[in-house]
Design a protein around this ligand. Sequence first.
Ligand code: PEP
Length: 252
Amino acid sequence: MRKKIVAGNWKMNTLPAEGVELAQNIEAGRNEVCECVNFIVCPPFTHIAMVAQTLKDSTVELGAQDCATEAKGAYTGEVAASMIAALGCKYVILGHSERRQYYGETSETLNKKMAQAYANGLTPIYCVGENLEERDAGNHFAVCKQQIEEVVFNLTEEQFKNLVIAYEPVWAIGTGKTATADQAQEIHAYIRQVLAEKFGAAAAECPILYGGSCKPSNAAEIFAKEDVDGGLIGGAALKTEDFLAIGKGFSK
Ligand code: PEP
């Protein structure tokens, strides 16, 4: 049985007090949703300590949205994996398309960040996905395969057991356009097959989340698909009701 995960990527939204309130509300409503759903929230770095305090007795887990390529030192503005782990983060989102697109993150960068995450006991939520041009040209399989081969294939078998993948078609992120449930299933199954080429049976245990304008109205249909194990949620993660309602989307 793979983990069912609903992870909220707050991106660069909320002030600290708003973030704490959001976490409090999610915690307060969490018991309306099956315990089998693992909720994760990923606030901005500046809020992590306060949100960790808010969630200290909660089953809602904490993640960060990124970490540095280096362990420590003269890297002005960077935040080390050890720092976020020390604040109570269990997860870190790596390779989000916004980081790849706006901050030039390459597979080389991401290999270093993955190494830092594992060295500090964090579970990476590694994002892959094609842009619209690549989808229209029918290259979405090749793009996802390359993003996996260049990073995930460098992991050890032990590390791979602690990995979450998020398939996020760039054309669906923040656009209101969602992949259909069948499109999501098709590529999730493909991603699992690529993972199995390298990691064999362990690929069947790796949670693969869907991300891209996931909301209460479409989550249930997408999550019902065999190879979809939950969602990485952007916009809808900022509204407690929507975030919890997405968690209620699991029927399997
Ligand atoms: C995301 O950025 O990870 C995301 C899925 O955003 P949204 O849900 O807003 O499309």
